[in-house]
Design a protein around this ligand. Structure first.
Ligand SMILES: Cc1cc2nc3c(=O)[nH]c(=O)nc-3n(C[C@H](O)[C@H](O)[C@H](O)COP(=O)(O)O)c2cc1C
Length: 214
């Protein structure tokens, strides 16, 4: 089991702001804890099974406590393997770009695969929905071309953070920290200073997570 699972959602690699921030977090985390072990899921390289009819029927069968057909059982096994890896590390690190006001579709695909009854949440008519991914912390690094912070006067909606954080809470991850690098599409000086602030925040947060308290 790794100490940290890093889930990377930008395909822009060396040009990506969210990845640069995640790398800075990891650099400072390793500085603070040299033995830190990291598992990385690059959502642009990872083979994700289609979230198709069989997977959905497998999910509904679990919800309604029905047995799986062989096809549904195969789909469910694939989902279980993905969730095993997702649930294994005590700390999750996400780099999350804004795409069309929300998140990149590869990340949404991953979220759909991971959000499964009995594995990451449960439901009962008496108690409602309950997240099962407990005892875990997450760090989320958001990037967006525009500035969506309160007071920015941005007339466009932000479905990136509200969606992602509602999802974290839904599956039981209530302890998370977020860092935003924005705007990333703006005059150079503005991008540079937003990025410098976020890099400092990332290093500081990594020390808070991984420095041994004396
Ligand atoms: C397909 C696509 C859609 C985008 N949609 C938005 C958007 O709705 N709002 C915004 O502010 N920026 C948008 N951007 C700009 C990205 O948020 C910006 O380039 C950000 O830095 C991407 O993260 P990254 O640098 O980590 O790849 C979009 C970029 C792409 C590629």
């Amino acid at each position: 089991m790794a100490d940290l699972l890093y889930i990377e959602a930008s395909p822009r690699k060396e040009r990506s702001h969210s990845i640069a921030l995640a790398r800075e977090f990891l650099r400072a985390a390793r500085d603070a804890r040299p033995a830190l072990t990291v598992d990385t899921i690059d959502l642009w390289k990872e083979e994700l099974p289609a979230f198709d009819g069989a997977t959905i029927e497998a999910k509904y069968a679990v919800l309604s406590k029905q047995p799986h057909t062989p096809e549904q059982a195969r789909a469910w096994e694939a989902v279980q393997r993905i969730i095993e890896r997702f649930a294994s590390a005590p700390v999750l690190l996400f780099s999350v770009p804004m795409w069309n006001f929300g998140v990149p579709y590869r990340l949404k695909h991953y979220v759909d695969l991971v959000t499964q009854p009995t594995l990451t949440f449960r439901f009962s008519p008496e108690t409602g929905y309950e997240g099962l991914v407990v005892n875990k912390r997450a760090v989320v690094i958001y990037s967006s071309g525009g500035d969506y912070s309160p007071g920015s006067g941005n007339p466009r909606p932000d479905y990136q953070k509200p969606f992602f954080e509602a999802w974290l809470r839904f599956i039981g991850i209530n302890r998370f920290d977020a860092i935003t690098v924005a705007p990333t599409i703006a005059p150079d000086g503005q991008v540079g200073s937003a990025r410098a602030v976020a890099l400092t925040q990332a290093a500081k947060l990594a020390r808070e997570y991984f420095e041994v308290q004396s």
